[in-house]
Design a protein around this ligand. Structure first.
Ligand SMILES: [Zn+2]
Ligand SMILES: [Zn+2]
Length: 376
């Protein structure tokens, strides 16, 4: 009998490099033990990782990271959740993946025992963050409630992995989970959107990939609104039929003009603008649906009467539930859109703080900033 250990061509060291979060905004490179995969888990050698707005929130403010029931600061916590890599060790009972497989990740592994997990809504696990002490329900969300990917290795449950399609580079593979979030937003709106109209507000990474995934699923027309022409042009390359620069045209009037006064079936709100939901209500037709992906940091005022009178449904989503990342990976494999268009910068492992700065301050037009953990 050949065991995984005997046939393993990957030499796994005892310790690894890992960035940890000290005080807010303070990242420090340190050494940690390489984690060991348990049953149904694998050890992933991280090859590349992208910065996400979620990381910026966590590193500067703390939430939504939740470590041992509290803020993530000064707990030796490693952030980062949009990574890809190579399976280098198998835990007990794993036959879904083999050593050497290239994988991308989805973030959330729910407890599997709560009502939401049982329904496939594991990103809304009722035992979120319960993975310690007497509260250990096994919840994992690497980079949020468990150690993430700004390190040489991470442990992942097999349910949080997807195979990287052939011919997809490391940097592009880090974007599969972002496309998964876009897919989950469209799932939540109804899923089958062929021939139906979609407005995406806000051309950030998820907004741009919402355009791409929406178009790949047959939405028509796809309208993208935003403030920066360079990002809007990227949206066109990813499948937007109409671009609206809100600095030069009122976005609601533009959507009405494009749809001949009808409004769209769906809005995916990715701008986080305080008036995003009110604008979305004016963009959808009666009975339309709005999914909120972006959000303002402060409470906002909403015209609820308009919502009710026009039978508008509003959804919030968290992350990438119902295996949306797997379906997004299929679209990437089919080359239905070119995700790597939104990858703008690459940094080395030792330059994570600089990569963070580029991502946060959008230096030099940064959209997706990728760190190559392993140099090839
Ligand atoms: Zn993210
Ligand atoms: Zn759960």
């Amino acid at each position: 009998m050949t065991t995984a250990a005997q046939s393993n061509p990957f030499a796994i060291p005892a310790t690894m490099r890992a960035w940890v979060l000290d005080d807010p905004g303070q990242l420090r490179l340190t050494e940690k033990p390489v984690p060991q995969p348990g049953a149904a888990e694998v050890l992933v050698r991280i090859d590349a990782i992208a910065f996400c707005d979620g990381d910026i929130r966590i590193i500067t403010r703390g939430p939504p990271a939740l470590i041992e029931g509290g803020l993530p600061f000064n707990k030796d916590f490693t952030p980062g959740h949009e990574y890809m890599g190579t399976v280098v060790k198998l835990g007990a009972g794993v036959d879904e993946y083999t050593i050497g497989d290239r994988v991308a990740v989805e973030v959330h592994f729910g407890c599997g025992r709560c009502e939401r997990c049982r329904a496939g809504m594991y990103t809304s696990c009722l035992n979120y963050g319960m993975n310690y002490g007497t509260h250990n329900k096994g919840h994992r969300a690497n980079g949020f409630t468990t150690d993430g990917g700004f390190a040489d290795y991470a442990v992942n449950n097999v349910n949080t992995l997807v195979h990287v399609p052939d011919g997809i580079g490391d940097e592009e593979a880090t974007l599969i989970v972002t496309a998964g979030t876009a897919m989950y937003a469209l799932d939540t709106l109804g899923g089958l959107i062929a021939g139906q109209s979609l407005a995406v507000t806000g051309p950030g990474a998820i907004g741009l990939l919402s355009v791409a995934v929406g178009k790949a699923l047959g939405a028509q027309p796809v309208i993208l609104t935003g403030t920066r022409d360079s990002r809007l042009e990227l949206g066109k390359k990813l499948g937007a039929d109409h671009l609206v620069n809100v600095k030069t045209e009122n976005p609601v009037e533009a959507v009405k003009r494009i749809t001949r006064g009808k409004g769209v079936h769906y809005v995916v709100e990715c701008s986080g603008n305080p008036n995003g939901l009110n604008d979305g209500m004016d963009m959808v037709m009666r009975g339309g649906r709005i999914c909120l992906v972006g959000f303002a940091n402060e409470p906002v005022s909403v015209d609820v009467a308009k919502l009710v009178r026009n039978h508008i449904s509003v959804f919030g989503i968290r992350g990438e539930g119902r295996s949306a990342t797997h379906r997004a990976a299929a679209l990437v494999a089919q080359r239905r859109f070119d995700a790597k268009l939104i990858h703008t910068h690459t940094f080395k492992m030792e330059d994570v703080p600089m990569a963070f700065k580029y991502s946060r301050e959008r230096i030099d037009g940064a959209i997706k900033v990728v760190v190559k953990i392993r140099e090839t």
